[in-house]
Design a protein. Structure first.
Length: 315
């Protein structure tokens, strides 16, 4: 009788959904690429659902802190979370991460692709023009050439380590807790090279403080059409771009999952969102819940092998 009552209540609540504000957990600090994309998306989704969506930033351990807490959130459709590449890979780096990104949540949609770019401090490395000259410089240095990224487990970090394992370079990763502090030290010359997300790097490249040497996408990106891809420079197969999507707590009613997925499809097809995303350096990229789950599993297992094979750590 109790189970039947609970089931009936849940179905009734799902049918009336949404009738109060919704929370969107962002597992990174305010001002970063995940936060920027989430706020544009949340504003558009709020208008379509007719309820406020409050962004709640919970940074820590590449998103593992937020994801661990999110696992225990009620599955009532009033709390969602951004799932991004570093958080997908966090269990491979942090022993405290008890979640499996492919099975612990209910995927709703992929929201965006985030191009990455390899860039150098123009004052620290004035003569570098491409990846080959960068890697040659690293091999000629007495000490490993330092580079940074948005953090341990970022796609840029893993891509560079994979190339290092193949003998292309002699570079050492310097881990920071997010894109902003990594970029600050790159601009300051503390670390001369960064494999950054486009949201963080684009203003500095456009402003002339960094020089882009390659984009980590299969094709050139519209905002930096003059910068060649890794494949064009002879490093095909080592591309790295990040992505972000939306997940709900496991066992969230299917009609809520389907509703948010369809609303997202229409949002991401709109010219307005395309323009707003392009301005901050990201690309709309809708996927169905099923395809989003497939992508989560593929990234978790595929890049997880790179982490294990190369004995990478969060240090």
């Amino acid at each position: 009788m109790g189970l039947l009552l609970a089931s009936t209540t849940l179905q009734s609540s799902a049918a009336d959904w949404p009738d109060r504000p919704i929370k969107l957990v962002v597992p990174f600090p305010a001002g970063g690429p995940t936060d920027s994309a989430a706020r544009v998306y949340a504003e558009a989704l709020s208008k379509r659902l007719g309820q406020p969506i409050v962004v709640d930033n919970k940074p820590g351990a590449s998103g593992a802190v937020a994801a661990g807490q999110f696992m225990n959130t009620p599955a009532d459709g009033y709390t969602f979370m951004m799932m991004v590449t570093p958080t997908i890979l966090a269990p491979h780096f942090f022993k405290t991460a008890t979640f499996n990104p492919a099975t612990s949540f209910a995927p709703i949609t992929k929201i965006y692709d985030l191009p990455n770019v390899i860039a150098v401090n123009k004052n620290s490395l004035p003569d570098l023009t491409d990846l080959k000259s960068l890697f040659a410089k690293s091999k000629a240095s007495a000490q490993p050439l330092m580079y940074t990224s948005s953090g341990a487990g970022s796609s840029g970090h893993l891509s560079m380590e994979l190339m290092k394992s193949k003998g292309f370079s002699n570079m050492q990763h310097v881990a920071y807790k997010g894109s902003a502090p990594a970029m600050n030290d790159t601009l300051g010359g503390v670390v001369p090279v960064i494999y950054a997300d486009m949201v963080t790097a684009l203003p500095q490249i456009k402003g002339g403080r960094l020089k882009a040497v390659a984009v980590g996408t299969p094709k050139r990106v519209k905002v930096l059409p003059e910068v060649s891809t890794m494949a064009e420079q002879g490093f095909g197969g080592y591309e790295a771009s990040s992505w972000g999507g939306l997940v709900a707590p496991k066992n969230t009613p299917q009609n809520i999952i389907d509703r948010v997925s369809e609303e997202s499809r229409q949002i991401l097809a709109s010219d307005e969102i395309n323009q707003r995303f392009e301005q901050i350096g990201i690309l709309p990229a809708y996927l169905t819940p099923g395809k989003t789950q497939e992508l989560l599993l593929s990234d978790f297992t595929g890049w997880g092998k790179v982490v294990k094979d190369n004995q990478l750590t969060a240090e």
